[in-house]
Design a protein around this ligand. Structure first.
Ligand SMILES: [Zn+2]
Length: 88
């Protein structure tokens, strides 16, 4: 059973025209190609999603490193300000 691409009514597989509205229906070959394309798109979007996640991870690590460096720099600054040469 397939569905008309125009009116959505159910019709027999392999009919060339919808018996409700007369719209010509895509052939099985075309449907198979469209299904294959849809599968390709699904796989691609899954890969893109994974790549996005990896990029987000890398960004989070960079951000953590930046914050650590900032904290270290602040600490360093404070130590320099508190530092007095001996015998001062
Ligand atoms: Zn129809």
């Amino acid at each position: 059973m397939g569905f008309c691409i125009n009116c959505g009514n159910q019709h027999q597989d392999g009919v060339r025209f919808c018996r409700f509205c007369g719209t010509s229906q895509p052939s099985e070959q075309l449907l198979a190609r469209l299904r294959a394309e849809a599968e390709q798109i699904r796989l691609l979007s899954m890969q893109m999603q994974q790549r996005n996640n990896q990029q987000n991870d890398a960004y989070a690590r960079l951000e953590a490193m930046r914050q650590q460096a900032e904290a270290a720099a602040r600490l360093n600054n404070q130590q320099n300000q508190n530092y007095r040469p001996p015998g001062w």
